[in-house]
Write a protein that binds this ligand. Structure first.
Ligand code: ATP
Ligand code: MG
Length: 284
């Protein structure tokens, strides 16, 4: 399904464009509390009334300490987690309703995860993993082979024929993450949520995957929420930064502003605790 037809679907729908308007994936007043069962009932407020958006064609970096709710927010954005309350809209139209995902938005938001090994079925070959995704994305049966090869080409797993018969464990970590990206791309998503997609990779591979994500974004003009602990990655990739702290977005702004003039105490601490690769006095 093309981006254009999704746009048409959005326009043809109720007409209830939200006040923010514009092409964006928008979360409004999202609440999500986890309750543990058992004798000692515990409640964790993972997301506490968050409103954020990712514009079409924009890369937004989401940072924050462990447990601050980043992944939960990302899963809500990708439609993998139904929040306790709040709404998710795409270009002004509800992404999900009582009858599931709004027609026209199936596959519109894709997610890639930290551990590609865990997100790829170990019992399936690359051919079947990607073929299955292509079928789900609506590719006709006789077009699946070429769609899968094209997706592998796009993420640099080449020549595709050499990899189609392999199982995920026969690929390197970087190649696995490329396949996970190819699987997402087969859906022609308008938005991508990338949850720490480089944290499990070696530094040199990390740089390649970041480059690839940037190329993919430039080519497809998708909107990306990039979740990471690594502030240097956000700086290299994103136009806008969101800082999450204990279930809330405590700072949001243009990437250069957030780095140059952090407003929130927590952001200052986060920036202060980032090891600098080149200390300023040695830079020259
Ligand atoms: N399925 C779940 N059941 C119970 N509690 C959960 C669940 N998912 C997340 N939580 C809790 O919600 C809070 C936020 O978790 P989340 O995974 O969103 O944080 P995070 O910012 O992604 O952390 P990290 O940087 O470690 O990945 C944590 O306290 C976590 O333990
Ligand atoms: Mg997480």
């Amino acid at each position: 399904m093309s981006v254009v037809s999704r746009q048409d679907a959005a326009d043809a729908a109720t007409g209830a464009r939200d006040a923010g308007g514009g092409d964006a994936l928008r979360l409004s007043d999202i609440h999500m509390t986890f309750r543990s069962r058992g004798r000692r009932r515990r409640e964790v407020v993972a997301v506490d009334g968050v409103s954020v958006s990712v514009g079409r064609g924009e890369i937004v970096g989401l940072v924050g300490e462990s447990g601050s709710g980043k992944s939960t927010l990302g899963r809500v954005m990708a439609g993998l987690q139904v929040p306790d309350s709040g709404t998710v809209t795409i270009d002004g139209t509800a992404y999900q309703g009582r009858r599931g995902i709004t027609p026209g938005f199936h596959g519109a938001v894709q997610m890639v995860f930290q551990s590609p090994a865990a997100s790829l079925n170990p019992k399936m070959t690359i051919r079947s993993i990607l073929g299955y995704a292509a079928r789900r994305a609506g590719v006709p049966r006789d077009g699946v082979g070429s769609a899968v090869s094209a997706a592998l080409e796009e993420v640099g797993v080449t020549p595709p024929d050499r990899f189609l018969g392999r199982f995920p464990h026969e690929l390197s970590g970087g190649q696995q993450q490329r396949v996970a990206l190819a699987r997402a791309l087969l859906h022609r998503p308008a938005y991508l949520v990338a949850d720490e997609p480089t944290s499990a990779l070696d530094v040199s591979v990390r740089v390649q995957i970041i480059k690839l994500i940037r190329e993919i974004q430039a080519h497809h003009r998708m909107g990306i929420l990039f979740i990471t602990h690594d502030l240097s990655v956000v700086r290299a990739l994103a136009q806008r930064a969101l800082v999450m702290y204990r279930g809330d977005i405590v700072e949001e702004g243009d990437i250069d502003d957030v780095f140059a003039r952090p407003q929130h105490e927590y952001t200052r601490r986060l920036l202060g605790s980032t090891p600098q690769l080149v200390p300023p006095q040695d830079a020259a």
